[in-house]
Design a protein around this ligand. Structure first.
Ligand code: UGA
Length: 439
């Protein structure tokens, strides 16, 4: 796909940047190690390290396979740079694998250079990083890799291999801990009538704490935090420690997304037969990545409880169709709300905050919105007559139970909107559908 000019993932500006650099001769793709490494000074290993489902640790198969393949064809003096997130000790293991697999003895070095970019803002994070972390036993290799980053304006932290590997896990685990901590605080806020959004603002202004990663919601997803917290737990257990905080971080996160489902059950009494619209499917905005996305677990829980699910995401629909075959996917956010008894905002794409909520209210059977990311203007929605429930906001407490309304006749007014017309058949029963066809 890359050689044909196609991007296998969505990341803002990625396609144009890759294509420009290919065109200008700075970047090429190959699946042959020999071709890629024939005159290389550096070989970056940037392969996945998914969760090993036997014990929750990191699965190092791809890293080890890459090391073996590099050893077969590498030139003298190659610096093997490990970018993959790997448990402490992996750099030494890579060195050992290469040594054991080399056809002839050669001088080489292994440097750990963990990556801190976020999906969705990958380029800014790469080009303006807070720091570059390098770990190696050989000073010459460390300095050579530091030279690659000399144009960046940021500190370069030089350390040994195990410490560099540890820094990566601790950075992700610290951020994940803040999120689970705030999700726990959100649950308490709801019970006592406090507003977690203001709590985050209030404590985040303390410079020792900072405001980032204090947003309560439906928990962290993606390919990094969930697996890295689990891997650090396993690393601790393997080392004879009992990582209680990290285990709780993971446990809180696994359960938090179901709070949105419980709020619906509290609101309606039962989920069976409800039509629920989901706004957003990706694990966060600006990506099409569904890995560990709360939306998948929420949709599955709703379907298992007998609800009908309609969903829309600006970028993740293609991937979602494969994972959630029972969900009806809609052309836009309005169509996902059309005739729904409730909507759950799962991913805080900016376009959802900019919707015309008066129209949304008219489209819905019941104006119930569960704001899973505290992204919407709760005062506006409440003033428009919505039953708004956020995550850990005082406005979400003491909400009266709602009787599910029958579908209003006025839905007929909306079938004239072209973008909705194509969606009508998905959720209406046969009687109304034929009335619409006749109309
Ligand atoms: C994360 C780290 O932020 C990067 O530094 C790291 O390089 C990357 O993992 C990785 O190890 O490769 P990423 O997974 O792309 O990046 O996304 P984040 O922006 O960190 O968000 C992760 C999840 O946390 C999302 O589901 C997001 O919705 C959630 N989140 C984030 C919250 O629930 N609350 C917050 O306050 C912030």
């Amino acid at each position: 796909m890359l050689r044909d000019g196609h991007m296998p993932i969505y990341e803002p500006t990625l396609e144009e940047r890759v294509m420009r650099n290919v065109k200008e001769g700075r970047l090429r793709f190959t699946s042959s190690y020999a071709d890629g490494l024939c005159d290389a000074e550096f070989a970056f290993i940037a392969v996945p390290t998914p969760t090993n489902h036997v014990n929750g640790g990191a699965d190092l198969r791809y890293v080890e396979a890459a090391a073996r393949s590099i050893a077969q064809v590498m030139p003298e003096g190659l610096i093997v740079v490990d970018k993959s997130t790997v448990p402490v000790g992996t750099g030494d293991r890579v060195r050992q694998i290469i040594e054991d697999s080399l056809p002839l003895p050669l001088r080489f070095a292994v440097v750990s250079n963990p990556e801190f970019l976020r999906e969705g803002s990958a380029f800014a994070d790469c080009m303006q990083p807070d720091r570059v972390v390098l770990g190696a036993a050989e000073a010459w290799a460390l300095e050579a890799v530091a030279g690659l980053y000399r144009h960046l304006e940021c500190p370069i932290i030089r350390t040994d291999l195990p410490t560099a590997e540890m820094i990566k896990y601790v950075a992700n685990a610290m951020l994940a801990t803040r999120i689970s901590f705030m999700n726990e605080v959100a649950a308490i806020c709801e019970r006592v009538g406090a507003d977690v959004r203001m709590v985050a603002a209030g404590v985040g202004t303390d410079r020792r704490i900072g405001r980032a990663f204090l947003d309560a919601g439906l928990g962290y997803g993606g390919s990094c935090f969930p697996k890295d917290v689990k891997a650090l737990v396993q690393m601790g257990l393997d080392a004879g420690c009992e990582p209680e905080i990290l285990q709780s971080v993971d446990r809180v996160n696994r359960e938090v997304c179901y709070r949105a489902v419980s709020k619906l059950a509290d609101t309606f009494g039962s989920l069976s037969g409800l039509t629920v619209g989901l706004w957003g499917l990706a694990f966060k905005p600006d990506t099409d990545d569904l890995r560990e996305a709360p939306a998948v677990r929420i949709a599955q829980a709703l379907l298992a409880a007998g609800a009908h699910v309609r969903a829309y995401d600006p970028k993740a629909m293609a991937a979602a169709r494969e994972v959630l075959p029972e969900v009806a996917f809609t052309a836009d956010a309005y169509s996902a709300a059309h005739l729904a008894d409730a909507v759950i905002l799962v991913t805080d794409w900016p376009e959802f905050s900019a919707l015309d909520f008066a129209t949304v209210k008219e489209l819905m059977c019941c104006p119930v919105v569960i704001d899973g990311r505290n992204a919407l203007d709760d005062r506006l929605l409440t003033s428009l007559g919505f039953i708004y429930r956020g995550m850990g906001c005082c406005s979400s407490a003491h909400v009266p139970a709602v009787q599910r309304r029958t579908r209003p006749e006025k839905v007929l007014e909306f079938v004239h909107a072209p973008e909705i017309e194509t969606e009508v058949g998905v959720s209406l029963d046969g009687e109304v559908e034929s009335t619409l066809e006749a109309a």
